[in-house]
Ligand binder design. Sequence first.
Ligand code: BES
Ligand code: MN
Ligand code: MN
Length: 463
Amino acid sequence: MDTIQSYIKANKDRFINELVELLKIPSISADSNYKNEVLKTAQAVKLSLERAGCEHVEICETDGHPIVYGEKIIHSDLPTVLVYGHYDVQPPDPLNLWHSPPFEPVIQTTNKHPEGAIFARGASDDKGQMFMHVKAMELMTSTNQLPCNVKFMIEGEEEVGSSNLSIFVKNHREKLKNDVILISDTGMIANDTPSITTGLRGLSYVEVEVTGPNRDLHSGLYGGAVANPINILSKMIASMHDENNHITIPGFYDKVEELSDMERAEMAKAPFNLENYKKALNIDAVHGEAGYSTHERTSIRPTLDVNGIWGGYTGEGAKTVIPSKAYAKISMRLVPHQNWEEITQLFTAYFERIAPEGVTVKVSPHHGGQGYVTPIDHIGYQAASKAYTDTFGKTPIPQRSGGSIPIVSLFEKELKSKTILMGFGLDSDAIHSPNEHFGIFNFLKGIETIPLFFKYFTQFYKE
Ligand code: BES
Ligand code: MN
Ligand code: MN
């Protein structure tokens, strides 16, 4: 056994216990009631970085939740890896669907995780994955095998759009200077089918409001004679897809990059079983844009989805009313080259144009970000691929993901460096859902693979 494996074997119970402690703190960034818990989590992350051998570890205040920064600079001739992650988590609700409380971690085995998985909010997204880097750092410094410089930047606002981190990055370009950025905040295909994420989708998130009459009305006295904002909003939303499930907003697809048949054939080689996919979701059919496979629909194609819709009476029993207002939150997942601000404008103009007489509409943009692609000929990708090949015994498959980490494209723009997305989660980890979990196998595999990335990256950098 080599030093990496023996160090993990000797320390794995402690690693797991430390992660469990971190998962107990409810760092819900979206809810201001948890501000103090978020700060406590930042302090715990700071302490863990110091114990892992980082220097100059600090909590950087922002207008929102703080950023934890630490570094270990060995020599200016050596390359620098910037590790990014987030310690904030999504709200855990609906609470009644959790089998155990979201902030009281439990370890349980599942079909996919015979070695056990930790169930808690943030287990996979992203505390568990971020913590793999802290433990890999500890491993490298305690066994004298840190081959290059490292900077850690762990933020507390990823789940709410990273707007304060954007400002921090723009103001600290020199401090954050690096040769490659390393992130574990994505997934892989399966524990026996390693993959490396090579693309992220962009995002435009908006809220819409449709207003009809100046007050809620009796639906008998007025029904049939005035526009009902909920009826109208439903129709407007429905008209945003055509019979082929193409999005009807003019100009929406103008900048979408069409992949060549060869690239699509390459993508289709990734293992995927439609029957299992449907079974896991308890659906009898998939649904999406005509002419594209399920995997293409969730990676190289843009989407428009309603995330929430409300208005009128939703309480117990019945109330006969025509509401004055209706609302919806809508997200558009974008692909590289689509500009999220431009898409937000196209959406707004279209939404205003299709609104019929009798209502007024308002569109409020929330947040957004650009998509991202990692070239597989980059030495960072090559180093990651070699590291996975060593630890999984198989060459990892490059695969674009459907999720978004908007800060990644900002890193490229402001810091001029590429990001390598070494995610060890599984799609079935239920991130953002009740019963989120992270496999112990995945957690330990990550800790084992990361030091090899550092080793090969430094080696390729020098060549
Ligand atoms: N870690 C996820 C993104 C992710 C997960 C990418 C799995 C690829 C595979 C991240 O924390 C996240 O949830 N991002 C948000 C966007 C953000 C602006 C709130 C998302 O994708 O909805
Ligand atoms: Mn995440
Ligand atoms: Mn998330």
